[in-house]
Design a protein around this ligand. Structure first.
Ligand code: TXD
Length: 319
């Protein structure tokens, strides 16, 4: 069986980390694509030279032309620009929308059978636009945010309860932004729901509320510390989990931005919900019951995503 091919569109901080992880896990051969000349080639060469000491077999290649992604099994998209001081959200939206157009067309033309994971912000609008521009089936295009946001929630909960992160599960749904919805009722330690743990005296409602708030602002906290960019280790690791579930047909149930067609009362929008990822891409959208507070939070979050998609349609008439 031929090796799998993984195309990383955008070879910046997350792209480079994705390449390292994919190589270490021997998920397949890797193409690092970027518009910057030399940089993806340099990273590919550097990472190739990590193969001998680590002992991984993976061919890594840098590229500036879409022909090089031909036949990719998985494409992970981080291409774009981050927000800079003085730049409005709409400015960022306009620039990254153009990037999604180029990337979507490139994937549609050269890797139409790929499973595509979008990471570029603003996530829920960009994954929607990327799908439109690529023309790929909706079940083959997803956005990464929920796995990362849940990981942040899991980390904070494990710290609070002083237990292994391995035993902490958590769910963060809705759009990727300040309106995301960490669902406390479905977050557990080895199956024991967090509200029960509060009753058992493991924590207090106030502390859990503070953790929910810290999770919502988790990305900003890291930007504030790094000063020169945003998080990249955990975002890359989260996307690799999704890629692995597809490549190995693991059928993992993960919170991801997926295309909804009526589920949760939402139509033709990408929003963070639990999905099953297997060899067919998104194999199932899982509709869980939300309590009133979570439902209100989810609806608010959907409203924010709707506004961004409407802004995309205003900027690019072809959408
Ligand atoms: O949870 C999430 N989804 C996220 C999203 C968590 C963290 C960061 N998130 C977003 O990911 C972030 O706001 C950015 O939009 C992306 C990528 O973050 P990264 O830290 O990797 O950004 P870099 O280092 O700036 O890399 C972006 C690369 C850079 O090398 C550019 O040259 C390249 O994208 N770029 C392009 N590549 C291909 N084609 C085009 N048109 C292009 N434009 C820029």
């Amino acid at each position: 069986m031929a090796r799998k091919k993984i195309a990383l569109i955008g070879a910046g901080m997350i792209g480079g980390t994705l390449a390292h992880l994919a190589a270490m896990k021997e998920l397949g051969d890797i193409v690092l694509f970027d518009i910057a000349e030399g940089m993806p080639q340099g990273k590919a060469l550097d990472l190739s030279q990590a193969g001998p000491p680590e002992g991984f077999d993976a061919n890594l290649k840098g590229a500036n032309s879409y022909e090089e992604i031909a036949g990719a099994d998985v494409c992970i998209v981080t291409a774009g620009v981050p927000r800079k001081p003085g730049m409005s959200r709409d400015d960022l939206l306009g620039i990254n929308l153009k990037v999604m157009k180029a990337v979507g067309e490139g994937i549609g033309q050269h890797a139409p059978d790929a499973f595509v994971i979008c990471i570029t912000n603003p996530l829920d609008a960009m994954v929607w636009a990327l799908r439109e521009f690529s023309g790929l089936p909706h079940q083959k295009v997803v956005g990464m945010a929920g796995v990362l946001d849940s990981s942040r929630f899991r980390h904070f909960l494990a710290e609070e309860f002083d237990v292994s992160v391995e035993d902490v599960t958590a769910f963060v749904l809705g759009g990727h932004g300040d309106t995301m919805v960490p669902v406390v009722e479905y977050s557990t330690v080895a199956g024991i729901p967090v509200p029960d743990l509060i009753k058992m005296g493991w924590s207090t409602q106030e502390k859990i509320d503070a953790i929910v708030e810290r999770t919502r602002k988790g990305g900003g906290e890291i930007v504030g510390l790094l000063k020169t960019g945003s998080a990249f280790y955990a975002p890359a690791t989260s996307a690799i989990v999704m890629a692995e579930s597809y490549l190995k047909d693991k059928k993992r149930l993960l919170p991801c931005a997926a295309h909804l067609t009526g589920q949760y009362g939402v139509d033709d929008l990408y929003v963070g919900v639990p999905i099953v990822i297997g060899a067919n891409g998104v194999e199932r959208v899982v509709e869980i019951a939300l309590n009133e507070e979570a439902k209100a939070g989810f609806d608010k979050s959907v409203g924010a995503v709707k506004e961004l998609v409407a802004a995309c349609k205003g900027i690019d008439g072809s959408l």
